[in-house]
Design a protein around this ligand. Structure first.
Ligand code: COA
Length: 260
């Protein structure tokens, strides 16, 4: 399937999805949101894909938000539908069952920050700028930002970012737990790919179970979350990869995971 606003590449078991509207700083219009949902559904269904990298085209931006030219004229009903559509895209990413890494080379603002927050890991360039500037447009984050940001940073920081619309740099984003790593701009692509390849060599069911236990189990109370974890642990024990991983350790060799 071809996409107008996305570039799709396969780098071994890593699928790289690039939002490709650099002249609009990769802003998410309705079409791009729909394409992202479809691209992630495809990545989820394709067994040859173990890990996904999401990035923006060009030097300046990951994604500079929802497309303001589309937002400007929406009715309340259209705004609700737009938010729901964006939330669906973010949920498709978050619940993919395969690790998704956001490669943040520049601006990740508004819907761009929400998109990064829906990914499981975030690597930022020293040049990245993050923020939820929707308040400056008279609206609030509508693609899950108020909820995921709250869960990552806690209430005080989430409120500070959403109430003031302040743009923060990568170092501050790291301090606030918003990104996992910050690297020099020229190292960003290689560092992201190296992490993706490391994950792609792991047992897929163990990756899936980890994501599921942390994301789904983490939304429940502790005892339900622990039940969830025990069940996910048991699921891993049903795989050949678990036998391979434990046997390889005992035989002092590197495990080769088959995905079975
Ligand atoms: N929606 C639609 N278009 C956007 C956009 C967005 N969220 N962000 C940037 N663009 C467009 C600009 O309109 C401009 O298009 P044009 O060349 O056709 O006029 C182009 O991208 C380049 O942006 P520009 O503003 O000229 O770049 P800059 O370097 O001066 O500023 C930003 C960069 C990111 C600070 C600025 O673009 C910005 O504030 N964007 C909006 C961020 C935002 O509020 N996001 C939340 C939306 S809910």
């Amino acid at each position: 399937m071809s996409f107008e606003n996305l570039l799709i590449e396969n780098l071994g078991a890593v699928r790289r999805i690039t939002v490709n509207r650099p002249d609009k700083l990769n802003a998410l219009n309705a079409q791009t949101l729909g394409e992202l949902t479809r691209a992630f559904e495809q990545a989820g269904e394709d067994e040859s894909v173990r890990v996904v990298i999401l990035r923006g085209a060009g030097e300046k931006a990951f994604v500079a938000g929802a497309d303001i030219s589309e937002l400007a004229t929406v009715t309340p009903v259209q705004a609700r539908d737009f938010a729901r559509r964006g939330q669906h895209t973010m949920a498709t990413i978050e619940r993919l069952g395969k690790p998704v890494i956001a490669q943040i080379g520049g601006y990740a603002l508004g819907g761009g920050m929400e998109l990064a927050l829906a990914c499981h890991l975030r690597i930022a360039s020293e040049k990245a700028r993050l923020g939820q500037p929707e308040i400056n447009l008279g609206v609030i984050p509508g693609f899950g930002g108020t909820q995921r940001l709250l869960r990552v940073t806690g209430r005080g920081v989430a409120l500070e970012l959403c109430l003031t619309g302040v743009q923060i740099d990568a170092a501050r984003a790291y301090e606030l737990n918003l990104v996992n790593r910050v690297v020099a701009p020229e190292e960003l692509e290689a560092a992201t790919l190296a992490l993706a390849e490391q994950l792609a060599a792991s047992a897929p069911e163990a990756l899936r179970s980890t994501l599921d236990a942390v994301i789904t189990g983490g939304e429940a109370d502790l005892s339900t979350g622990l039940d969830y974890e025990a069940q996910a642990f048991s699921t891993c024990a049903a795989t050949e990869d678990m036998r391979e991983g434990t046997r390889a350790f005992l035989e002092r060799r590197k495990a080769v995971f088959s995905g079975r």
